[in-house]
Design a protein around this ligand. Sequence first.
Ligand SMILES: Cc1cc2nc3c(=O)[nH]c(=O)nc-3n(C[C@H](O)[C@H](O)[C@H](O)COP(=O)(O)O)c2cc1C
Length: 367
Amino acid sequence: MENRKNGKRISLIVDALMYIILLVQMIYVFTGNIIHEILGIGFFICLAAHIIIKRRLLLSTFRFRNKSAPRIIANISTILLTAASLLMAVSSMGVSRTLFPWFRVMGYVDLHIYLGTAILALAVLHGGMQGYMRTKKKKTAAVLTALGCAASLAVGLALVPYLNRHFKVVRIDRAEAVQGEKVDWKGNKPLVVYFTRLGNTDFDDDADAVSGASLLLADGELMGSDQLLAEMIDDAIDCDVRAVTVTGEKYPSSYGDTVSVAGKELRSNARPAVEPIDISSYDSVILVYPLWWGTVPMPVASFLEGCDFSGKDLYLIATQGSSGYGSSADDIAKMAKGAEVHKVMSIYCDDIPEARDRIGQWLREIN
Ligand SMILES: Cc1cc2nc3c(=O)[nH]c(=O)nc-3n(C[C@H](O)[C@H](O)[C@H](O)COP(=O)(O)O)c2cc1C
């Protein structure tokens, strides 16, 4: 009797831990990567314990004959949850940057985020259905389970991307991020042109005081993510680097306000004035730009349309918050008249500080 009670208690603790870990994993913007990865391992240890504790029930999950509708829903949620968790184990290692950097299978961030959302919603459905079948207050249990599932989907699909884009402050060691293996560039060195929010935004001097700005701090100083990539290229091949800089009104310091200003610019097909960049003495240009509203920021459009790219190679690096490179490559091909536009390398924004090796490899490939 006492043993059974203890078993139940352990089972409850393990289940509660899994829900808590899942929720904390959703706010990884605040916990940081290493805690996210360690908690991920913690989740799978709890999951293994949960499966061992419930092993007798597990086999009956696959029996559907003569089962009530709630039991069938519960069984389906258990099977889907188990499948999603197994995929998640592979995906977690695939996107790991600290503990399993050598594991390259299923390393898609989008997939990882969607799997996380699915697991949270299915875990709520799974737990809710167990409660539904035990309680007499069926209606309340059904409503709470449905609301819990909807809230989980909203957290994963809306809140997580929102937090990630608006509240992230990444601190890096500049030299460590930028320096890496040199690449022997054959022929004339390309010009690297980048656009970044820094230099085009009215940031306050006190970077940490800019709430909701989504910032990169290199050795305590503000830095643009795409500027960091440009510096990595410069470190690899020692080339000229220029920034696209607006000459008129700058973007607001708040990330959210920048998104809405950029949206208005895109809808009106604006071409904000930018400082001229002379590309005439270069055979090739490497353009590093953030994806804004699925395409290039409008000041980049101003730069591209203001230059003569005839006979020049144009290599592209897009940074993005989950949408690949959108329509940017096609749009750039129309804007950069005469350019031979090459395939885009797309870098997820969280991966920028650790992109030095990728940059080196990419430079070797294009040269
Ligand atoms: C105005 C604006 C619009 C954005 N639109 C998109 C988008 O459509 N798709 C996407 O994946 N990321 C989008 N992002 C995220 C940026 O591409 C990402 O944050 C950037 O590449 C990283 O550079 P940053 O740290 O300087 O913002 C947008 C960011 C801003 C500021």
